[in-house]
Design a binder for this molecule. Structure first.
Ligand code: FA5
Ligand code: MG
Length: 416
């Protein structure tokens, strides 16, 4: 269609996210840039550092909580859609109507009714209503925030809920209860406990919660990690704490947690249980574990970053700075020698010897054996990238042919 000067820019009255259309209003503030992060699902991408951290946390729960038949007690929800209602994100969690966390300046609203979830806690009520008692919720969360090395408007959280009945909490003591007589859910209680709970129940829940989370910190950062508990406030838990760990000379806030406010359970139809909950951010943990210097790197599609994490989820990796210059990618295919041994490592050393600092990665991308000739072929992708300068294809061609020539003469391979 032909554009003429009389065409006015169209003000769109609707926006579409994840195949659903929402009417815009005076609250709409989601930008295209933010919307482009939906569906990336870094937490479930194989070998992504955030996926490794997620797996470490999930496995800790699988290992430490098993039922009588030896099965994991916690179930995992990692595909809950990030568009939620104001009710899910705030009201169902008893967030006061005038609480600053609801402000347009802090959240990405689609309109007055829908927003991109600001925390995974937004899904607590719906999963409890579905009948779950022990579950983990994992996903991307969205917040308008300052911009620096450690803050990005999209990050990832693992949230957990654990609900217990009186019999589960006090299996041996028939005289102990979890609720005070009169079950007063109207009065809010004290910093120490909600009015409706007995002190015994709260103390036992607090003990299990803190032991579990201190154990998680040790699982992630090692047995000797120093940690401390800080009293805090969340609208949805009482009492509430933050867990901080001492890492590289700084106290780092790892997670928030607490005893769930009882009306959240009652509103979900649960009248006979007490619960604890927590929420932990994945980026901070991954940045510490792998020494990743900038939070934006998690969104990188650069294989110089991603391929450093092609390891088992619990292996130690220290991130090495990648070059800011562009990659030059060349493949090399050859038949393996039939009269002697060949190992990929011999080729990696050879490439490294010849290419030196111009080579970022060498990856075996294809391997097949000819059905009739019985010969095996390997294809290696050599990714050239210098730390200090842009490589042009002509320079790379010289190095690449030298690698091919020396491989043929010293490893006995036959270039294809
Ligand atoms: C929450 O989001 C609560 N929903 C956590 C919670 C769940 C408390 C259940 C009680 C019960 P908070 O905003 O503090 O709390 O975030 C929780 C964790 O997410 C933080 O401890 C931190 O690890 C991580 N986090 C928060 N903001 C950021 C950010 N801008 N960048 C990276 N990680 C963040
Ligand atoms: Mg916090």
């Amino acid at each position: 269609r032909c554009l003429t000067s009389s065409v006015k820019p169209e003000i769109q009255s609707h926006l579409t996210l994840l195949e659903t259309t929402y009417a815009k209003d005076d609250f709409t503030n989601v930008t295209d840039k933010i919307a482009s992060h939906l569906g990336r699902n870094l937490h479930t991408k194989e070998h992504h550092p955030l996926s490794h951290v997620r797996q470490r946390i999930v496995n800790y729960f699988y290992k430490n909580f098993v039922n009588g038949r030896g099965n994991p007690t916690f179930s995992v929800y990692d595909a809950l859609p990030p568009v939620v209602t104001v009710d899910q994100n705030f009201d169902s969690l008893l967030t006061p109507k005038d609480h600053p966390s609801r402000l347009k300046s802090d959240c990405y609203y689609l309109n007055r009714d829908y927003l991109l979830r600001a925390h995974m806690t937004a899904h607590q009520s719906e999963l409890m209503r579905a009948g779950l008692n022990n579950f983990l919720m994992i996903g991307d969360v969205y917040r308008r925030d300052e911009i620096d090395r450690t803050h990005y408007p999209v990050f990832h959280q693992v949230d957990a809920v654990r609900l217990k009945t009186r019999d589960e909490l006090f299996p041996k003591e028939q005289s102990l209860e979890i609720f005070e007589v009169g079950n007063n859910t109207q009065s809010t209680g004290t910093q120490q406990k909600q009015a409706c709970h007995t002190l015994e129940a709260v103390k036992l829940m607090e003990h299990e919660l803190k032991t579990t989370l201190a154990g998680l910190a040790k699982e992630l950062f090692g047995e000797t990690i120093e940690y401390r508990w800080i009293d805090t406030y969340f609208p949805f838990t009482q009492p509430s704490w933050e867990l901080e760990v001492f890492h590289e000379n700084n106290w780092l806030e790892l997670l928030g947690c607490g005893i769930m406010r009882q009306p959240i359970l009652t509103n979900s139809g649960i009248v006979d249980r007490i619960g604890w909950a927590f929420g932990i951010g994945l980026e901070r943990v991954a940045m510490c574990l792998y020494k990743i210097p900038d939070i934006r790197l998690f969104w990188s599609k650069d294989t110089g970053f991603l391929n450093q994490f092609k390891v088992k989820y619990d292996e130690d990796v220290t991130y090495r700075q990648i070059s800011q210059y562009p990659q030059c990618i060349n493949d090399l295919s050859f038949w393996l020698p039939q009269d002697r041994e060949f190992s990929s490592n011999d080729f990696y050393d050879l490439a490294r010897n010849i290419g030196g600092d111009t080579i970022e990665q060498v990856v075996l991308v294809d391997e097949f054996t000819h059905p009739k000739l019985g010969k095996t072929s390997h294809c290696y992708r050599i990714i050239y990238r210098h730390m200090e300068k842009t490589l042009v294809q002509a320079d790379v061609n010289v190095i690449h042919s030298e690698i091919a020539k020396v491989a043929a003469s010293t490893l006995g391979v036959q270039i294809r």
